[in-house]
Design a protein around this ligand. Structure first.
Ligand SMILES: Nc1nc2c(ncn2[C@@H]2O[C@H](COP(=O)(O)OP(=O)(O)OP(=O)(O)O)[C@@H](O)[C@H]2O)c(=O)[nH]1
Length: 376
């Protein structure tokens, strides 16, 4: 029985903004992690789940399993097809979360894709329900914004489709304007991903960025992504940084090494090759034992003052027999003890930081001030 909570990443954003493409590109490449995916879609489309099912999920259970709730489980994908997730939290979402909790030892991470019309807050509040809170934690809320649509003042690439879905969903008991929906999805975000950057004129990019920045606190960062290369599968790329950005992994030695290797290779190549995303930068900070509160304070400060998209890793706290997982994104900073330190394992702190234009020495200096001096 594992003691640590299952982290859940909520991906929200309008219909057609690129949520499924994002999840698909991650699932296609993720290795060694058992990921349960909850997809909220209804009406005509079960396209998303079939798209995701087509991805090579690392799940041993190949058999589809009917759920009593009408949803089904196959290759780790749960489909919530009976209405907008935020309006059916209790009837739809909670039973699926309970099933996942029961399979707790088989799951490393939960990815939740909300419907394009969902307001993320009721869903996030459901993580406070005792049955869920005890075993799961929100790792991050990632809001995907359709860059060209926002630049054009339309917010969604296919407004008619959004309106048709709105009319078709009888369970929908909220009716905000698209603008309000965008505001709500942005106000819940820990990280904003602007999609379809390949279709966004450079001059529009600054406008979209300004519009988003005006709606989020300064620690919530905006990242521009172009998924067209993934969608066409012309780019076979190492997604270790994208995975870490989504909050998957990075609290294990092996994923920290993978990210570090990616960083080294990237720099050796001169970092001038084509990129599917804004240039990510990453660094690994290694420290000895740290004062947990001081580390959290420094990290919170750094999130405000540096272009850090996410920090994740673990800390050694003096006198504590267990290591503490630390994860920070936007305004969210979480920590929990996940496992005992091994008998011969060095007690050390390691954090992966993903961002842009990172000054690793400055970050190291700032975080090292939380280090506890080793007794002479
Ligand atoms: N050119 C381009 N197309 C993209 C990009 N991201 C997504 N798309 C396309 O945009 C369309 C919608 O993408 P999805 O990933 O299905 O969007 P979604 O948010 O999951 O949509 P719903 O599930 O319907 O809410 C698809 O045709 C994608 O191929 C991108 O970065 N560039």
């Amino acid at each position: 029985m594992q003691l640590n909570k299952i982290p859940a990443t909520v991906v929200t954003g309008f219909l057609g903004s690129g949520k499924t493409s994002l999840l698909a590109s991650i699932l296609r490449q993720v290795t060694g992690k058992r990921i349960a995916v909850i997809v909220n879609e209804f009406g005509e489309q079960d396209i998303d789940s079939s798209l995701l099912r087509g991805c090579a999920l690392n799940c041993e259970d190949e058999r589809p399993v009917e759920g009593e709730d009408g949803g089904f489980y196959e290759n780790g994908i749960y489909e919530l097809a009976n209405g907008c997730i935020c309006c059916t939290v209790e009837e739809e979402f909670l039973p699926v979360m309970k099933k996942l909790v029961a399979r707790r030892d088989d799951i490393d991470h939960i990815l939740i894709e909300t419907s394009g019309l969902a307001l993320p807050k009721p869903l996030v509040q459901a993580f406070n329900w005792p049955e869920v809170r005890q075993h799961c934690t929100v790792d991050a809320i990632i809001t995907v914004v359709d860059g060209p649509a926002v630049a054009a003042g339309r917010y969604a690439s296919d407004v008619d489709k959004v309106e048709a879905q709105r009319r078709a969903d009888e369970s929908l008991d909220h009716d905000p304007s698209l603008r309000e929906l965008l505001d709500d999805q942005l106000s819940a975000a820990d990280l904003v991903l602007v999609s379809k950057t390949d279709l966004l004129a450079p001059a529009d990019r600054a406008r979209v960025e300004a519009l988003i920045q005006a709606r989020v606190p300064e620690s919530v960062k905006t990242l521009f992504i172009d998924q067209s290369l993934f969608i066409n599968q012309t780019l076979a790329t190492d997604t270790s940084q994208l995975e870490a950005l989504m909050g998957i992994g990075a609290a294990s030695e092996e994923s920290i090494d993978r990210i570090e290797n990616h960083h080294d290779r990237h720099h050796a190549e001169g970092a001038h090759h084509d990129h599917a995303h804004d240039h990510f930068d990453s660094c690994v900070i290694r420290l000895g034992e740290v004062d947990g509160d001081a580390l959290a304070n420094r990290l919170q400060q750094l999130l405000k003052t540096h272009e850090i998209y996410r920090a994740k890793g673990f800390a050694a706290i003096p006198g504590k027999p267990m290591r503490r997982v630390i994860q920070a994104v936007g305004e969210r900073l979480d920590g929990y003890f996940d496992r005992l330190w091994g008998q011969d394992e060095p007690r050390r702190t390691q954090l992966v930081i993903i961002g842009r234009g990172l000054d690793s020495e400055a970050l190291h200096r700032a975080l090292a001030s939380a280090e506890i001096e080793a007794a002479a």
